[in-house]
Write a protein that binds this ligand. Structure first.
Ligand SMILES: C[S@@+](CC[C@H](N)C(=O)[O-])C[C@H]1O[C@@H](n2cnc3c(N)ncnc32)[C@H](O)[C@@H]1O
Length: 210
């Protein structure tokens, strides 16, 4: 039997190319073998924070590292929101497409120039993407460029990479162009017998571009 892909495989990625390769293999089984079986809560938590802090004007929403579309699924229960999903893995996006909660899906590397005009996006949401071996703090600069003044950010940042991955430094650097961020810690996974899931803590990082 083939070994199931797990968190260690995901956390040991090094380059965007590694992500593309891993998520190509993982796309078909991600929802069942990872999200469901690990009691993965981040997409729902991020969607709930968005609902709490957003205004009607925070549109369109860009889901960064949308993957198989779990954030979109929670965020767009009504089917009335305009949500664009972006991800480096077209295989993951194919799974998101089936869920019918995104107005468009774009395969692109968000560590490079993001294919949107300046000030064209109303809000950024993201779960599971700012973490070990995935996307680093510098991507926030491009996200700020494409976001409208006043646009809302609701990002999950793995607590373990918050300092080492340069996020703390990044927030200091951009402090004059964003509102004072709100940080809310939560567990990425609900109750689970496997200790490694219990240890994963997320800092939901919520702020607006000035
Ligand atoms: C752990 S999954 C999270 C997916 C989804 N947001 C969720 O919470 O289930 C991380 C996602 O980030 C994407 N990703 C990794 N590096 C990326 C990059 N440089 N640009 C865009 N997406 C990237 C992966 O392809 C993958 O779909």
């Amino acid at each position: 039997m083939k070994k199931k892909i797990n968190l260690n495989d995901a956390y040991s990625l090094k380059t965007p190319g590694d992500s593309k390769k891993l998520y190509k293999k993982w796309a078909q089984t991600y929802d069942k073998d990872f999200a469901l079986s690990s009691n993965y809560l981040s997409p729902k938590k991020i969607a709930n924070f968005f609902n709490k802090y957003s205004m009607n004007s925070d549109t369109p929403i860009l889901d960064v590292g949308a993957g198989t579309g779990l954030v979109g699924q929670f965020l767009n229960k009504s089917g009335t929101k305009e949500i664009i999903g972006i991800d480096i893995s077209s295989d993951m996006l194919e799974m998101a497409n089936v869920k019918k909660c995104y107005s468009s899906l774009i395969a692109a590397d968000i560590t490079k120039k993001i294919p949107f005009k300046d000030a064209s996006i109303g809000a950024i949401v993201s779960a599971g993407t700012f973490t070990h071996g995935h996307v680093g703090a510098d991507a926030i600069d491009e996200l700020l460029r494409i976001t409208k003044p006043g646009g809302l950010f609701v990002l999950s940042i793995n607590s373990k990479v918050f300092i080492d991955g340069g996020f703390k430094k990044k927030f200091l650097k951009i402090r004059n162009i964003i509102s004072s961020p709100i940080f809310k810690e939560f567990n990425a996974h609900g109750k689970h017998k496997n200790k490694k899931y219990k240890e994963v803590k997320i800092l939901a990082s919520i702020f607006r571009k000035k």
